[in-house]
Every structure is written in C-alpha cells, then in structure tokens.
Ligand binder design. Structure first.
Ligand code: SF4
Length: 755
C-alpha cells in the first residue's frame, strides 16, 4: 500500500477547514483524515464531520451509475442511455411549451461544489426559464435581502471580526456547533477561548440553551419568533439613551430620523411581554454594543427563517452601523475574496460606492404572485407552480443536489406534485426522498473526485485567505464530471448536442469570460484573447475559470502584468493556502448604492413596518392567552444536511432527530425521555421520540430538519435505520417572509401529546 499525504479543504460545511489526508491512490482509498495544522485559516481544527469524508467516498449507496425509469422503476443505465432518455423526453416538452415550462431547483450542496456551481448557469441559460427555486428561500435569503437593501449587492454580507472583538452577541445561531453560517469561522471554540482570554464576552440570545449559550457569559432565552421586536428595542434604546455613535459611518448613513421615529414605539418595556426578555437586560445590551470599543451583533438562522426574517436581518445591520461596529475592526467587516466576488472586483474602489442598488420583484410568481428575489421564486411556490394548469405551468423539473421533499414545508404536497410532472431529472449523489420521483438520476461526484475552491465562503471568511485543493481521486473512466453533465444538459436542451461537444462548449464559455475580462480590466490592456487563453492552458472546465477568476481578482497576477500576484499555479504551490491578512475597512468601495450611501430606511422595510407593529400586538395577545408550544429547529455538530444521515460515523451515537422538550412541558403532558409523542398542528402531524432536557425553555420544543427517511423506494440504508420524522410536515407552504419569500420554519405553533 503506497500511502501519501495530501491536503484538502473540507467541503462539508461553510467553515472550510484545511485537512491533511492520507490516501492510497492506487487502491483509491482514503486512509485517514486529520486537521491540517499549517492551514492558514483553520490551523489544525476539524470537527467529527470531516472524518466522514471517507464514509461518503466509500458509501455503497452513493450513486455511481445513472438510473432511468423504465416500467415505473428506476433501473441502472449507461450514460449514453441516460442522456438519450433526457433528450427523448425533454425535447417534445420544450417544443410544445418552451423553456419556461421547465423548473430548476438547486440545493445547498451546490455552494460547496465550485465546479458544479460554476457550470450550473449553463443549464439555467439554456432553458431561459424564470422558474428558479433553491434552498436559499429555506434558509438565508433574508440575510441577502438585508445586504442588498443596505449595501447594494445581495452578496455583500459583512461578517463578525471575532478575532479582534471584545463583545459578540449571537442571536438565533449556534456557532459552537456550526463553526459559522453565513460566516466562515473554523474553530469557533478556539476563537471564543481567545476572546475570553483577552477579557472579551459572548452573549447568546436563543430560546434554547445551545452549546453556544452554555459557553456564553450571558444567555437570554427569548421567545421564538420575536427577534425582530428585540432588535427594534435595541434600536429604540440607542436613540432613547443617546447611544447612537456611528463613528466613521456618519457620512454614509441617510434617513436616520425616519429610522428613529419608526422604532420609537419599541422601547424594551413595550416588547418585554412579547419577547420574554427583561427590559433592563435589553437596555444593558444596547449600552454594551454602543460603548464597547469593538463589539458585534450576529444573527443567523433562527432570525432568518422567521415571520419577519428580512426586517430582522436588516435591523441587525442597522444596529451594527449605529454603534459604529460596521466596517470597523472587531465589528462586522467585509472580506475581500480572491475571485468571483462582486464587491472585490478590481477597480470598484474608484467609484466612491456609487451604484444602482438591488431590485427585486422584477417578476411575480404565476400562482400566488410572490416577487422574485435574486432571480428566484420562493421554494414554497414550487408545488403550486407544478400543480396549477395554465400558461407557464411547470411540466418538467431539473433538481441539482437538493432534497426539497424534506427541506421544504409540506413535503407531502410537493411529493405529489413531483409525481405529476411530465418529466424530472435529478443530478445527485443519492436516491433520496426527492430524487425517487425523477425519471432520470445522474450521479454527482464524491467531493474527493473534484477540486475545491470555496467560492462563496471566501467572501464570508473571518480572514482574507485564498486556498485551492485539487481532486484527490480521478473519476472512473467514461464518467462525466458534474460540470460536464451540466454542459451536456445545456447542449441537449438547446438542440446542439449532435454538433457540439462539452469540450467545445467549455471553450466557448471561457472565450466569453476572457473577452469580458479584457473589457473590464484596464490592467489587461495590450493582451489579446489568444494571449490569455494560452496562459490558461492546459486547464479545462471550471478549473480554468477559477484560474481566470483568481488572476483577474483583487490579488491577481493579471497574466504577468502584476508579477507577484496570485494565480491558480501559485495556489497549487501553497497547499496550506495564502493568507492576505485580517479583514480591513472597505467603505466606500464595497458599496454599490445610489450616491454611495447606506439608506437606514429603505422603501421595502418601511412598507413592512405595519406588519411588524401588528405582529407585536398579536404576540402580546397570544402570550396573554396562555401557554402554547412553539417549535424551533436546531444544529448538531454531526449533521447539517439530510444526506449526512447516511454516513455511519455521523449516524452513530444518540439519536439526533428527537423532539426536545422542557421538563415542565413534558410533565404537563405525561411525557418522559424515550416516549413517543404526537406533534401536530393544522399543517400536519408526526409521531416522534421525546428527549426531555432543561436546555429547552418552557413553551419551546425543538425538532431538527432533514429527517424523515421513511420512503421504501429510496436507497439510503443507514439513514433509514433511524429515520426520524420530517419536521417540515408541520410547516405551512403558505407562510413566508414576504420580502425574501423565505419559508417560516421557526416559531411554529404545535400541540404535543403523549401517545
Ligand atoms: S467544521 Fe465544517 S469544514 Fe470544518 S471539519 Fe467540520 S465539517 Fe469540515
């Protein structure tokens, strides 16, 4: 056995830890996984999930051959047969109804597969459909909306500079378990330890006493779904106690007075009944956020998948701005990614932050009229767009690395809708609860069979770093990579598959990108497309796009015009990554807003304020009417996606899908740990094992998402042994945050009873 050591960025979550792998390439075996102590970002840290890379790579359930539905059953087929079936079935649909009759759903793993994410646009462009759906509207879209409204770009998300802060306030997030979300912060535990050692503090606001809450100096148990009232109370206190001190942001902020009057009625004394938080504790927090030299407020999924998700996320950024903690060392700051980040493109600094801002609602969904945001419609609209006849009805669907049957509300309705499609193609690594409805399944790659260059996560990283990992193993002979699958689908859809190869298509893509780069970057003056294409040789596919992106990015070598600059070759010579230093202030260049200003009262938020006001009144009434249980989700270190439930290393140990309930609520219902309870509401009903824990505050229960592996026609053997229940059967597909279209998956009223 010839074992060699190689380095690899972990692609299991946003933390993107650097790993040291021992591999036997001849036997195609991953032998061991360790943290890479020399990695510039994670410095040796890894969590238990990383070890499961081996499980995933070797999983016998992982698809390696296409499946095609014949006589009602999904049967193994060759790649040629699978693509021929797609051509035979999709072409008549396109000819009769056009590309607008085809939907696309993209799952979260696509963000962790740069090769797939760079090539997926080819499929989208070939269809020209507006029926775009993704897991973003089941997760983080409100964060994008806040960034768009404030800074003029959906993806300009500032992140906590935890390594230099003195106070971090975490709301609705559990970074001790997640190592950051919409924030790439490997080894949060170690960074928190360092914070403590330099005399800093962490405050956690969460209905549950999470790992983060246990580690915090202060934990405030807020009532689920009331984060927006809490944030408004912080804002009201900042004005009430004259704590507004935006420091260097003063000249950027507009409409401060409109904001002041909008939040005036939300002093902590006004919201305490709804939030369950002591007014003095909220006032003290506002003072601390304003007076601590380096402080930061961070909110995550609990705030996002909620009734007022976008307005709450906007309020978080406004608080950081009014306390002078935006674009400030130890506050929230914008990373400068090495490539593919709108706000880091060379030359942006010169325009003083002037830009057009963002626009949403350019199109409305056909059935319920939901506005498009970031080019997509809410995932909760997918079922009705398939079911409802008429012009623009979805008749065929492509899913890529997604499992909406489990991750979207009302999965049973979506499952029925998927069965009614004329045709469905899934690109995925498993036969799961969603892909079981497909007519053709095209197997995706093991992460080790592809390179890794964590595109979105460099733009949310706690330091400015650039890292690249080449593929560890080759794909089997004759098996297309995911990027080639996307290009082949695009060619079939556009009717060019007989005249154009995926290699030709790839050459066309890179030529277009090179021409665009020549137009955009004055530094490339004097270069011809041929000069640049020659320098990109012999790379192909998305790897070639990464080289172009890096070389024309903020640290790039511009093909020799900046000889010390960055290239993919240089990244390959530095497998530990290259550190470009701590985050730096980036105003005004990071902005793309009218006048280069930050509007503290955007129109969309102003229009949402009456809803927030009514919500506060309604919550007070509900609280006054007596106890009802509100359901929240949770994060476990050993899982964050449904496919992880099939990996033995992560599945072992205590069952992770139980309903957590407080001792008081359990006692009132005659429940003990290990009992089975019925959880129900008007959306649905599930029966699930109970875990009684005083981590839960009375009135709140927790059920994690991604479980419910009960379908006999899936093939996830390990997951099926301990299937759990689908928490999203209790979520309504009618309830969304209207600004972002994000499903409300948090603070869901439920009844719990013993069976
Ligand atoms: S924290 Fe995330 S990136 Fe780091 S080792 Fe665990 S799964 Fe991988």
């Amino acid at each position: 056995m010839a074992v060699e050591t190689t380095h690899r960025i972990c692609s299991f979550c946003e933390a993107t830890c650097g790993l040291e792998l021992e591999v036997d390439r001849e036997a195609r075996k991953l032998v061991s996984v360790r943290g890479n102590k020399d990695d510039v970002l994670s410095q040796g840290y890894l969590c238990p999930k990383a070890v499961a890379l081996k499980d995933l790579d070797e999983d016998p359930d992982r698809l390696r051959q296409p499946l095609v539905r014949r006589g009602g059953n999904l049967e193994p087929a060759t790649w040629d047969e699978a693509f021929a079936e797609i051509k035979k079935r999709i072409r008549p649909i396109l000819e009769e109804h056009g590309g607008g009759s085809v939907g696309i759903y993209v799952g979260n793993p696509t963000a962790h597969k740069p090769s797939l994410s760079l090539a997926h646009g080819a499929l989208v462009r070939s269809l020209g459909t507006s029926h775009m759906y993704s897991a973003s509207t089941l997760d983080q879209m409100p964060r994008h909306v806040a960034a768009g409204l404030m800074y003029g770009s959906w993806t300009s998300v500032p992140v906590p500079d935890i390594d230099r802060t003195d106070l971090i306030v975490v709301v609705g997030g559990n970074p001790m378990a997640s190592n950051g979300s919409m924030w790439t912060v490997p080894n949060f535990r170690g960074r928190h330890r360092a914070l403590k050692e330099r005399g800093g503090r962490m405050v956690v606001i969460d209905p549950k006493r999470t790992q983060s809450a246990k580690a915090a100096d202060t934990h405030l148990a807020i009532r689920p779904g009331t984060d927006v009232f809490f944030f408004f109370s912080i804002l009201a206190t900042l004005f009430d106690e004259d704590l507004v001190q935006p420091r260097h942001l003063e000249s950027y902020l507009i409409n401060v007075d409109l904001l002041r009057s909008a939040v005036a009625g939300y002093l902590p004394e006004e919201t305490a009944e709804a939030t369950g938080l002591e007014p003095e504790a909220v006032r003290a927090l506002a003072r601390d956020l304003s007076r601590t030299e380096r402080a930061v407020l961070y909110a995550r999924i609990g705030t996002s998948v909620a009734e007022y998700g976008s307005t709450a996320n906007w309020a978080v950024d406004v608080i950081n701005a009014l306390c002078g903690n935006l674009d400030h060392e130890g506050g929230v700051m914008w990373p400068r990614a090495a490539a593919f980040q709108f706000n880091s493109a060379p030359g942006r600094e010169v325009n003083g932050g002037e830009g057009k801002g963002v626009r949403s609602g350019r199109r409305k969904s056909r059935v319920r009229g939901a506005p498009e945001v970031m080019g997509e419609f809410p995932a909760v609209c997918l079922a009705e767009e398939i079911e409802t006849p008429g012009e623009g009805q979805i008749r065929a669907l492509f899913t890529t690395a997604g499992n909406p049957a489990l991750s979207a509300p009302n999965g049973q309705r979506l499952a029925r809708a998927l069965d009614s499609l004329d045709f469905m193609v899934s690109t995925d690594i498993y036969l799961n609860e969603t892909t079981r409805h497909a007519d053709v399944i095209l197997p995706g790659q093991s992460p080790l069979e592809d390179f890794h260059f964590p595109i979105p996560f460099m733009a949310m990283s706690v330091r400015n770093v650039a890292r690249f990992s080449p593929a560890v193993f080759d794909l089997e002979e004759g098996r297309p990579a995911e990027w080639q699958i996307m290009y082949q689908l695009a060619l079939i859809i556009s009717g060019q598959d007989e005249t154009t190869s995926t290699q030709d298509y790839d050459d066309m893509v890179i030529s277009n990108q090179v021409n665009a780069a020549l137009k955009t970057h004055p530094t490339l003056e004097g270069f011809t497309p041929e000069d640049i294409l020659a320098q990109l040789e012999p790379r192909r596919g998305p790897e070639r796009q990464v080289d172009l992106g890096v070389r024309t990015g903020p640290y790039g070598d511009f093909f020799g015009a900046r000889p010390d600059g960055l290239s993919l070759g240089k990244l390959l010579e530095n497998p530990q990554g290259i550190d470009f230093g701590a985050l730096e202030p980036r105003l005004p260049g990071v902005l793309s807003t009218p006048g280069g200003k930050i509007d503290l009262m955007p129109q969309a938020i102003a229009e949402d304020l009456p809803r927030v006001k009514a919500g506060l009144a309604r919550t007070r009434v509900e609280v006054g009417a007596g106890a009802r249980l509100l359901m929240i989700g949770r994060r476990n270190t050993r899982t964050n996606n449904s496919w992880m439930h099939n990996l033995p290393t992560l599945a072992k140990g205590k069952f992770k899908g139980a309903l957590e309930i407080s001792p008081a609520d359990a006692k009132a219902r005659g429940l003990a740990s290990g009992d089975i309870a019925r959880v129900e509401n008007k959306s649905g009903s599930v029966e699930v094992e109970v875990d009684v824990t005083d981590d839960m505050s009375p009135g709140t229960v927790s059920l994690p998402h991604g479980f419910g592996h009960v379908m006999s026609d899936t093939n996830m053997t390990i997951a099926a042994r301990n299937p759990g229940v689908n928490s999203n059967l209790l979520a309504s597909d009618q309830a969304v945050d209207p600004l972002s279209g994000t499903a409300i998956l948090n603070a869901i009223p439920v009844e719990v009873s013993a069976i």
